[in-house]
Ligand binder design. Structure first.
Ligand code: NAD
Length: 260
């Protein structure tokens, strides 16, 4: 599979799944534009990708929850490369565990929705003219939590259900313009997501081990398994696929529980 000459934007590229997709795409010779709010980590990942690829790699610091940042980032990338072929919407936060009775639920909800869902709509909106020009495609990172429920994760779970639904609606809006939109729904992946949430859900190897035991395959998903699916969906081999969601979860969803 090759992504030679494809200009690919990846949001949330400085860590975890986004970083994995960035390094995988670098090896496939994509021309990368990496967006993240974490400037230091972004610089390191951009350097790492440059070492893996002969193609150009651009690091673009931006907060995807701010419309001004998104507009500027997309415009800078289009100006630099002259086109945009692929957008991978990956930036996300877990938020803190909140339930319907918590006093700060609404501020938490606004924050999680703005990063996980609204930002995805904004990036897609601003990149749309360039994507239509190139007959490009979009891959959104949703989650198995788009299809499951658990206690005290209202904001995150609703944001991810929104991502899956946004994917289908955007696929319809773009279909007659030759742009494809799909999503990937990972199960548990060992990244900083839950650690950064401060929720103490997953803070050490032992807890990851416990979470792995809740999946039928008795292991967590690897970032490179998500990256491989993203590369396939971004490639011309997936020309017939739009509006679909691909679960990669080691069977987690089958277990019907998220109480690790
Ligand atoms: P991560 O914390 O390792 O990476 C998230 C990245 O997004 C970080 O680099 C962070 O700086 C960036 N980011 C956060 N807010 C941002 C903002 N406002 N603007 C720009 N960048 C921002 O977590 P991850 O697990 O790699 O998460 C990536 C995506 O995968 C998220 O959308 C997450 O919901 C989804 N996901 C993760 C898992 C999992 O188990 N790790 C499972 C399902 C879905």
């Amino acid at each position: 599979m090759s992504l030679i000459n494809k200009v690919v934007i990846i949001t949330g590229a400085a860590s975890g799944i986004g970083e994995g997709i960035a390094t995988h795409f670098a090896k496939l010779s994509a021309r990368l534009a990496l967006i993240d709010i974490d400037v230091d980590k972004l610089r390191k990942v951009a350097e790492q990708c440059e070492n893996l690829s002969k193609a150009k790699v651009l690091g673009v610091p931006a907060d995807v929850s701010k419309d001004g940042d998104v507009k500027r980032a997309i415009s800078d990338i289009k100006h630099e490369y002259g086109k945009i072929d692929v957008v991978i919407n990956c930036a996300g936060i877990a938020g803190y565990n909140r339930n319907i009775l918590d006093a700060d639920l609404l501020s938490e909800f606004d924050k999680v929705i703005s990063v996980n869902l609204r930002a995805m709509v904004a990036v897609t909106h601003y990149a749309a003219p360039a994507l239509i020009e190139s007959k490009g495609c979009i891959v959104n990172i949703a989650s198995v939590m788009a299809r499951m429920s658990c206690k005290s994760a209202i904001s995150y779970n609703i944001s991810k259900a929104g991502v899956a639904h946004f994917t289908r609606n955007a696929a319809l809006d773009f279909a007659d313009k030759g742009v494809r939109v799909n999503s990937i729904s990972p199960g548990p992946v060992e990244t900083n997501l839950l650690i950064n949430s401060g929720s103490n859900q997953v803070e050490n190897a032992k807890t990851w081990e416990t979470l792995a035991k809740t999946t039928p395959l008795q292991r967590n998903v690897h970032v490179m398994e998500i990256a491989a699916m993203a590369a396939y969906l971004a490639s011309d081999q997936a020309k017939g696929i739009t509006g679909s969601d691909f679960i990669i979860d080691c069977g987690f969803i089958l277990s019907g529980t998220v109480n690790a």
